[in-house]
Design a protein around this ligand. Structure first.
Ligand SMILES: [Mn+2]
Length: 356
């Protein structure tokens, strides 16, 4: 999440010739939001805790101001995350509800936690037709011209952190209507519950402010992190059973096959975080999990630790970009159109270039 992650060629989140950076302030976005009458809030496909948290917090904040809005999510989503919604929230699913009808046309669209067309496949054409009405709130270093006006805060650990100044400019009370909990959800999940290097003093200060605003951290932790099925632990066992070390022990590689899913009954959405486990090993500087999503399609998660003992960090954003993926310096993903063995060999063939 350092500005370094903005360098390097041909990232799939880039739009050629486009420089992805803020062109509006939090105050300016607040002004635009305050003037809106019907807002559609959306985020990247397969929303994670930050994507959902940012969407819900903005939705609840607007409700407090009497501004009509709804959240539109596309792709699969961990049901444990969705459990933070309340009956007052208007959260719709693209696969079920589709895009708004002409009568319900929004006059403003907020795209949060992404600015990359490749992460907005379901809504891309619809958004393109309304580009002048789209605002963006993001913390990723890469993206395209999705939003006419955007706030891109790469120093923020989560998109929820980037959203807070907008809510403050709107005079939203974070304690009222539980705006604080979805904000905390994004902050906690994007920082690995405040363990990753992205969790600096500002993150802890914001966490404290949100707890003061009523967040029940223990309840949220139990709901999100201690609510898995036995199938998840069975998959962790299989992933760890496959663990190998490459790059002289600096990189851990694990793999999960379709048979593993079939035999344990686990789902792809239930695997979040498994890739982090090998980082517990002192010598391991990066961890890679390959998942067979379908025959001929391998999903890859990359994680790395901050540099230490004079060794630089492994930039997994650049590593993932080699395979058409991306993310952050310490957390990234890619989808490779080849089978598990091929994908694994291809990654192992280049991984040494990223470990100095
Ligand atoms: Mn995020």
């Amino acid at each position: 999440m350092t500005p370094d992650s903005a360098t390097g060629p041909d990232h799939p989140w880039d739009e050629p010739g486009f420089e992805y950076r803020s062109n509006a302030t939090a105050v300016e976005l607040a002004t635009v939001l305050r003037a809106a009458t019907r807002v559609l809030i959306t985020t990247h496909e397969k929303p994670d805790g930050d994507a959902l948290g940012t969407s819900l917090a903005l939705h609840r904040g607007l409700r407090q101001l009497g501004i009509e809005s709804h959240v539109l999510l596309a792709g699969p989503l961990d049901p444990n995350l969705l459990a933070i919604q309340t009956p007052a929230d208007d959260v719709r699913r693209f696969e079920h509800d589709g895009l708004p009808s002409d009568e319900a046309e929004p006059d403003l669209i907020a795209v949060v936690d992404t600015g990359a067309w490749t992460q907005l496949e379901s809504t891309r054409n619809w958004l393109r037709d309304r580009a002048d009405r789209v605002i963006g709130i993001d913390h990723h270093a890469r993206g395209g011209a999705v939003a006419a006006r955007r706030l891109v805060e790469v120093e923020c650990a989560s998109a929820t952190q980037a959203l807070v100044p907008v809510l403050d400019a709107l005079d939203v009370d974070l304690a009222k209507g539980d705006v604080a909990t979805p904000l905390f959800l994004g902050l906690a999940t994007d920082t690995g519950w405040f363990r990753f290097s992205s969790a600096g003093p500002e993150v802890y200060r914001l966490a404290a402010r949100l707890m003061d605003a009523g967040v029940d951290k223990d309840e949220l932790f139990a709901m999100i992190e201690q609510n898995a099925s036995p199938a998840r632990l069975a998959m962790i066992a299989r992933a760890l059973g496959s663990l190998r070390y490459v790059s002289n022990g600096a990189v851990a590689v694990m793999r999960l096959t379709m048979e593993d899913f079939a035999e344990t009954g686990a789902s792809l959405e239930g695997l979040a975080g498994i890739v982090n486990t090998p980082l517990e090993i002192g010598a391991v500087r990066a961890s890679i999990l390959l998942t067979e999503a379908a025959k001929g399609l391998t999903k890859v998660s990359f994680r790395s630790k901050p540099g230490r003992d004079g060794l630089a960090h492994v930039d997994v954003n650049q590593l993932a970009a080699r395979f058409g993926g991306g993310g952050h310096v310490h957390a990234a993903g890619a989808r490779i159109q080849s089978d598990l063995d091929e994908a694994e060999s291809a990654i192992e063939a280049v991984v040494d270039d990223f470990v100095d």
